[in-house]
Design a protein around this ligand. Structure first.
Ligand code: FAD
Length: 288
């Protein structure tokens, strides 16, 4: 289908972009890689009157280390995450996750900022950002504020961004020594969104888990932080009994739709299986 008509803007700076978003109001949307927004526009599920293309803003690109954090510009593409030596060394979980998103064509244009801002429960990066305790720098004409990923997602396509705000960067605390992380995703075929997926970030000392964060993708209207499940595992050596309890706790908080990917019951069980696999790999990696 053909999208509705819209006005196109290409600001050269962040201040120009937020000025445009404020002036044009609720009918304006930032345009990043366009790989979620344009399909929605073609289906007429989104009909913005103004598109503010972020590609001309150099400040929104790049990956750097700053005060114990890895800071990633919102317009950094998924392909650039995969190619980054800095991430390969300090946050290999991002590369692992980006490789599970769609296909190379989508990843060359799709951005990290677009993926986390979109609010689609099927996007993979939000759960990973919640498990990593990342925060998003939201910028508007009134200034900038940091929003924790863990409180950003309010419903399907509803986020904590205020009208006129956009994400400029994503900050991720650099993982501690003894850290292990994994993202496990079940999908029907290459290029598919998750039937269910699980992100795990943990630390291990003398064979026991000393900290743990778990988040789930596409098994509710928002990504889910499985706090009780993570708490159960702290102090354990990832023994079968603790894992079974944690998986049961994680499954309890899911509320997936029955759809083409399976029944709600099946998708809940798959979330549990993805969690088991992610826990085993993260635990093993933490020991290496
Ligand atoms: P856009 O499509 O340009 O924007 C998405 C939304 O975010 C829009 O509402 C836009 O206004 C807003 N936005 C963009 N940037 C900002 C910003 N900086 N601040 C505030 N708001 C912003 N994704 C997955 O996670 N997993 C998958 O398996 C997957 N499979 C896919 C398969 C196909 C065939 C396709 C076409 C897409 C798939 N995607 C998948 C989506 C893809 O990852 C998108 O690129 C991503 O969801 C959005 O990023 P984008 O840069 O394309 O953003």
């Amino acid at each position: 289908m053909i999208p509705g008509s819209f006005e196109y803007y290409r600001p050269a700076s962040l201040s120009e972009a937020v000025g445009l978003l404020a002036r044009l109001g609720e009918e304006a949307r930032p345009l990043a890689g366009g790989h979620s927004l344009i399909p929605m526009m073609k289906l007429r599920m989104a009909t913005p009157e103004h598109l503010v293309d972020l590609h001309g803003i150099a400040d929104l690109k790049g990956i750097r280390q700053e005060n114990g954090q890895v800071v990633i510009g919102a317009m950094t593409t998924q392909a650039e995450l995969i190619a980054s030596d800095l991430l390969a060394t300090h946050l290999p979980l991002l590369r692992e996750t980006a490789l599970l998103i769609a296909d190379p064509q989508v990843r060359y244009l799709g951005t990290l900022g677009g993926n986390v801002a979109n609010g689609d429960p099927g996007n993979d990066m939000p759960a990973v950002m919640m498990a990593l305790d990342a925060s998003y720098q939201a910028v508007g004409v009134g200034g900038a504020r940091d929003i924790p990923a863990r409180s950003f997602y309010q419903g399907a396509y509803f986020t904590a961004l205020e009208p006129g705000e956009m994400i400029a960067s994503i900050s991720i605390p650099q993982p501690q020594a003894g850290n292990g992380a994994a993202y496990e995703k079940l999908k029907r075929k290459i290029g598919d969104y998750a039937t269910a997926a699980a992100a795990v970030v943990l630390t291990r000392s003398e064979g026991r888990i000393t900290s743990c964060a778990i988040a789930l993708t596409n098994v509710a209207d928002t990504p889910l932080l499985a706090e009780e499940a993570a708490q159960i595992l702290i102090g354990s050596a990832l023994d079968a009994e603790s894992v079974a309890k944690a998986v049961a706790a994680a499954e309890t908080i899911t509320n997936p739709a029955t759809d083409g990917r399976g029944t709600a019951a099946y998708r809940t069980k798959m979330a549990g299986i993805m969690l088991r696999r992610a826990l085993a790999r993260a635990f093993e990696r933490a020991a290496a």
